[in-house]
Design a protein around this ligand. Structure first.
Ligand code: DX5
Ligand code: ZN
Length: 223
């Protein structure tokens, strides 16, 4: 299945509710949380997340670009997060972190920066509903897609298939009409898109266009 996740980092913050309502066709809403430490930028926090959750029933994927993510789990779950995706580089105990999220009743994901290898984590995938491959350095929207991270997607896809897991492979950064196909071909199922959706004249149409391109490019043996 293909999931398209508009990132509200690229929305108009003075009209956030209206912008979220422009993407009813999206499968989930991607909420980028930055703390100015883990990444050199600040975005928004739990109150804005709560406000977004108030205007939509859509699934909220919380991308936690923050240090000590475990400290904030309850806060972002209370704010409406349905899946919390923390950075593998920001924790010393990713398996316990995932267990904690499951105990709290939400899905668990980890995100991984472009320069971090995936191999050390391949045997831990059963604990995660999603692995999010960063295809830009986290911190800013509108950056250029890094195709070299697709090697990690291929490795993950093979491993997930061999192990019979249902972990979803996501990608985040620089996804648009010109890059989504190569990511889908490599085996990505869940696509975050910020500027390509909210920078478009018709965001709902942009979501459908991206979905169409990804569906066409998906490997024939993918479920
Ligand atoms: C970057 C964020 C992304 C960002 C993507 O650190 O994690 O989710 O919003 O923006 P685009 O799609 O514009 O690259
Ligand atoms: Zn993100």
């Amino acid at each position: 299945m293909i999931y398209i996740a508009p990132s509200i980092l690229a929305a108009d913050y003075a009209a956030l509710g209206a912008d979220v309502e422009k993407v009813p066709t999206a499968d989930l809403i991607h909420v980028d949380i930055m703390d100015g430490h883990f990444v050199p930028n600040l975005s928004f926090g739990p109150d804005v997340t709560k406000a977004v959750n108030r205007v939509t029933d859509q699934f909220l994927d919380i991308h936690m670009m923050i240090e000590e993510p475990e400290r904030w789990f309850e806060t972002y779950i209370d704010a409406g997060g349905d899946r919390l995706v923390f950075h593998i580089e920001a924790t010393n105990d990713h398996i316990n972190a995932a267990k904690k999220l499951h105990d709290l009743g939400v899905e668990a994901g980890f995100a991984i920066k472009p320069g971090t290898p995936i191999e050390p984590y391949l045997d831990d995938l059963e604990h995660f509903e999603e692995v999010m491959i960063m295809s830009v350095e986290p911190g800013f929207g509108g950056q250029k897609f890094m195709p070299e991270v697709l090697n990690k997607v291929v490795t993950l896809r093979e491993h997930i298939a061999n192990a019979g897991l249902s972990t979803i492979i996501g990608i985040d950064g620089g996804i648009g009409e010109s890059t989504i196909k190569q990511a889908a071909e490599a085996g990505v199922e869940s696509f975050v898109a910020g500027s390509a959706v909210f920078g478009a004249h018709d965001p709902a149409e942009a979501v459908e266009k991206l979905r169409g391109l990804a569906t066409e490019a998906r490997p024939a043996d993918a479920v």
